[in-house]
Design a protein around this ligand. Structure first.
Ligand code: F6P
Length: 544
């Protein structure tokens, strides 16, 4: 797009010229020319090693990218977030998930009011509540201790806590089960409840708004399940809630001591650090959760204070911008080589795509580009599925490989196999295979067995998948997404794009329920939508 405010920046133009000059330079050559490339393009921060030497960048690329970051006001944007400015302009809200992991307890302000006392008080209440359940002191309506936790939520009220609870499974106790239900498809709730004793089950209704259709529907199913077996009076002992809508939670019948507040300065996809993480605190214990916060806090301090060129979230963000805007990559593959991290791609999909999947900049004018398509899955499984595309497909896609140096068997055989594969994949993507490597292959098969290589990846290696390292990892991606939003000029903290579908679903519901006057929602609708509704009504045995 010519004339866009981004493309007229000198730093942007310098990057465009540099990209043209680098077009025919292969990563193989970059490694061959610089034996210290790994040292120069890797970065260690606490238990986290980031290797970006297999990215198609040179020292000059990184320098120019940092110039662009400065020109786009990344330093000022970062300071504004930590200062509690209302940087979520379309919702007129501050963005302070960093306050939730501010264990140093320095004052953090919204409109001049220090929010830390409330954050601390809520954390103390969460911990006490979790401890009482873990100790068997919080009793269900029949006097039985709670042994099953079912988190009912969706989006950020589901993906974050589910991912973290799964990643920290080794911190969980065997006598306390935790399940996550998000889908209004009855199949998921039925699966989660199978074999559970209602008298020993606690539901956590996690919903920032307490109005989300899927969550209120599932909460109603859960409530009925408890009432059917224990009576109406049992609700107070078998439900907890996290919400900004305290009235909604009270109206549901949840007792005040089991309702935990949230604040409008915490976005749903950034909320696992808040009371939305309650299921994690109960399942893994307050200490593990505190370590998760400590890791995130360490990343926050680094992000807030390090110069841009020594700042890991900034470096990874700018490499993403390089791919999106100068190398033409529209996607990012997230590939955890660790069973416990297999839900990371789903969590990051929301963090990244709901934040930066925007069509206009904060001032309402069109974006030049914005966030990548995030997809991925457990590395080992994905190797035997879509990696074919990553290696030989026509659209090179940058990859993030994530792993831990130690696993369940330490540095034993399972890690040997896992990491050999992970490292080898990054090598194969980078090197490729040339005709010269294929001299023993019949000529007609050579094109099929060739790999172009020159495909970029970053490797993130944790010493071990501890709660602390996990906190660092999640916060790293959160800040990376924020920095990219600053570059592209979008508000990374609203999500208006999810509204239209919700509104249309609401207006269609009467037709699907076949309510009186249900024809009205179908008036002026396209023939496809009307035809689909008719097909459903036919299955239901009624006519449209
Ligand atoms: O529909 C999108 C969304 O608003 C997400 O941003 C949010 O994480 C999710 O729905 C759940 O919202 P709530 O926590 O209010 O139920």
């Amino acid at each position: 797009m010519t004339g866009h405010p981004l493309t007229t920046l000198p730093a942007w133009q310098a990057l465009a010229a540099h990209a043209a000059a680098l077009r025919d330079v292969h990563l193989r050559a970059l490694f061959a020319d610089d034996p210290d490339r790994f040292q120069r393009f890797s970065f260690t921060l606490g238990p986290l090693l980031a290797d970006y030497s297999k990215q198609r960048v040179t020292g000059e690329t990184m320098g120019l990218l940092m110039e662009l970051a400065r020109a786009r006001g990344v330093e000022a944007g970062r300071a504004a977030m930590f200062a509690g400015a209302r940087i979520n302009t379309t919702e007129n809200r501050a963005v302070l998930h960093v306050a939730l992991r501010n264990r140093a307890d320095r004052a953090m302000h919204v409109d001049g009011v220090d929010i830390m006392p409330e954050v601390r008080a809520t954390r103390a209440r969460m911990n006490a509540f979790a401890e009482s359940i873990r100790a068997g002191a919080w009793l269900g309506a029949t006097g039985k201790p709670i042994r099953h936790i079912v988190n009912v939520g969706i989006g950020g009220s589901h993906l974050g806590p589910m991912f973290v609870a799964e990643a920290l499974k080794d911190y969980q106790r065997d006598d306390l089960s935790v399940a996550f239900v998000s889908n209004p498809d009855r199949a998921q709730m039925d699966d989660a409840l199978k074999g559970l004793d209602p008298a020993a089950t606690l539901f956590i209704i996690a919903s920032k708004t307490f109005t989300t259709a899927e969550t209120t529907y599932n909460a109603g199913i859960a409530r009925q399940w408890i009432v059917d077996s224990l009576g109406e009076g049992a609700v107070g002992k078998h439900f907890a809630a996290i919400s900004t809508n305290l009235k909604g939670a009270a109206a549901f019948g949840i007792s005040a001591d089991a309702v935990f507040p949230m604040w409008d300065w915490v976005g749903g996809r950034y909320s696992v650090w808040s009371a939305i993480g309650l299921a994690v605190v109960i399942a893994c214990g307050p200490e593990a959760f505190d370590q998760l916060l400590a890791g995130a806090e360490a990343m926050d301090r680094h992000f807030e204070t390090a110069s841009l060129d020594q700042n890991l979230p900034v470096m990874l963000a700018m490499i993403g911008v390089w791919h999106a805007d100068f190398l033409g990559a529209a996607a990012l593959a997230v590939l955890p080589y660790d069973h416990r991290l297999r839900l990371l791609p789903a969590h990051l999909q929301q963090v990244d795509m709901e934040s930066n999947g925007k069509g206009v900049m904060a001032d309402g004018t069109p974006v030049l580009s914005s966030g990548p398509i995030i997809f991925g899955g457990g590395g080992s499984d994905s190797q035997h599925s879509f990696f074919q595309f990553l290696h030989q497909g026509p659209h090179p896609i940058p990859c993030d490989f994530i792993g831990a140096l130690k696993g369940k068997d330490g540095t034993g055989p399972s890690r040997d196999l896992l990491l050999a594969n992970m490292f080898a994949q990054t090598e194969a993507l980078m090197r490729g295979r040339t005709v010269a490597d294929l001299s023993a292959t019949p000529p007609e098969l050579q094109p099929h067995r060739m790999f172009s290589g020159n495909r970029s990846s970053t490797t993130l290696l944790l010493e071990e998948l501890t709660a602390y390292a996990l906190g660092m990892l999640i916060a790293l991606y959160e800040h990376k997404v924020f920095v990219q939003g600053l570059i592209w000029g979008v508000n990374s903290f609203d999500q208006w794009g999810v509204e239209l579908g919700k509104e249309l679903a609401k207006s269609l519901e009467p037709a699907l329920l076949n309510l009186k006057g249900a024809g009205a929602p179908l008036k002026n609708r396209d023939s496809s939508t009307a035809g689909l509704v008719a097909a459903y009504l036919k299955a239901k045995g009624v006519s449209a």
